[in-house]
Design a protein around this ligand. Structure first.
Ligand code: 13P
Ligand code: SF4
Length: 303
């Protein structure tokens, strides 16, 4: 442990802080976090936390989710402008417009969205729970926001539903084209292709496995020594696998799979936030009450 990591660990203990980090965070942060997980695990652990303060190393929607699920706790987001460009592609008015267009449809909202968008949606999901959440609805007609790629994947798994997609996407996962997947397969013919459902449908169609960051990590870690994988998600997952699954060979689907927002948070920012107990996430009370309804069901249902 470095000196700064030691400082972070000591401050967290003194101030009764639970540090939650996403797998896309840098390894020095993952090493000092008490919880490292995908969006679903982070949300669930935030909801069940006993500590007074939650420090979220990730992007804004993750910190907002923690605040919604643990409203009485102080929630810290060390770098306030660490956002998710996909979450920023939609506003509450866009959802309301789609509701007018498809009256009677249930609105399923990917957790990568603002509290304001969740507040006007019916039910929330993560990448690991999206298919299950859509299946659990009695309505046959669904509006899925904001990720059109995850929505298309869910639609492929639930042919019994009629799904209307919003036109949002993750600029990181969206850069991988079909030709990149074909080239990676040609370069590594013995490797299984594992992709995140935020990838384009033509990439998802070529994959051997599709799922959340945690699904990808679990699949590689459970594979025998020498197994090879092409990883279709942010490079933080490959960095983690170098530690947790050193006997397997992992290749990033293509260069440029780096989420700059996820990399904005540094260990220095974490220490400053622990020292000052700021910056805090605050939400409008009315919006939060409505958004919480849509989220609480999500954490109650296993992915
Ligand atoms: P996971 O829930 O799979 O970790 O995904 C979060 C995310 O932002 C993917 O880009
Ligand atoms: Fe948002 Fe994409 Fe970054 Fe995930 S990888 S936080 S969806 S921009």
């Amino acid at each position: 442990m470095t000196e700064r990591q030691g400082l972070a660990a000591r401050l967290a203990k003194e101030r009764n802080v639970l540090i939650l980090a996403h797998y896309y965070q840098t390894m020095d942060i993952q090493e000092i976090a008490h919880v490292v997980g995908d969006s679903f695990t982070m949300a669930k652990k935030a909801a069940a936390a006993r500590e007074d303060v939650l420090l979220v190393c990730g992007v804004r929607f993750m910190a907002e989710t923690a605040k919604l699920l643990a409203p009485d706790k102080t929630v810290l987001l060390p770098v306030p402008d660490a956002g998710c460009p996909m979450a920023d592609m939609i506003e509450a008015e866009d959802v309301l417009r789609m509701r007018e267009q498809y009256p009677g449809a249930a609105v399923v909202c990917y957790v990568n969205s603002s509290a304001a968008v969740k507040a006007v949606s019916d039910i929330c999901c993560t990448s690991s729970s999206a298919v299950r959440m859509v299946r659990s609805l009695e309505q046959d007609e669904i509006i899925f926001v904001p990720d059109r790629n995850l929505g298309a994947y869910v639609a492929s798994q639930t042919p019994e539903k009629r799904i209307h997609l919003y036109d949002g996407y993750c600029p990181i996962h969206h850069i991988a084209a079909e030709r990149d997947a074909l080239a990676a397969r040609e370069a590594h013919p013995d490797a299984a292709l594992l992709v995140h459902p935020e990838c384009r449908p033509e990439v998802v169609r070529l994959a051997d496995g599709v799922g959340s960051t945690e699904y990808i990590l679990n699949t590689v870690e459970a594979a025998p020594e020498g197994a090879e994988f092409i990883i279709g998600t942010e490079e933080g997952v490959v960095r983690r696998l170098e530690r947790t699954a050193p006997g397997r060979r992992c290749y990033l689907l293509r260069a440029g799979f780096t989420c700059v927002n996820m990399k904005k948070t540094t260990l220095e920012d974490v220490c400053r936030a622990l020292e000052t107990l700021a910056p805090r996430v605050e939400l409008d009370a009315g919006t939060a009450d409505q958004a919480r309804v849509c989220l609480e069901h999500m954490v109650a249902v296993q992915p």
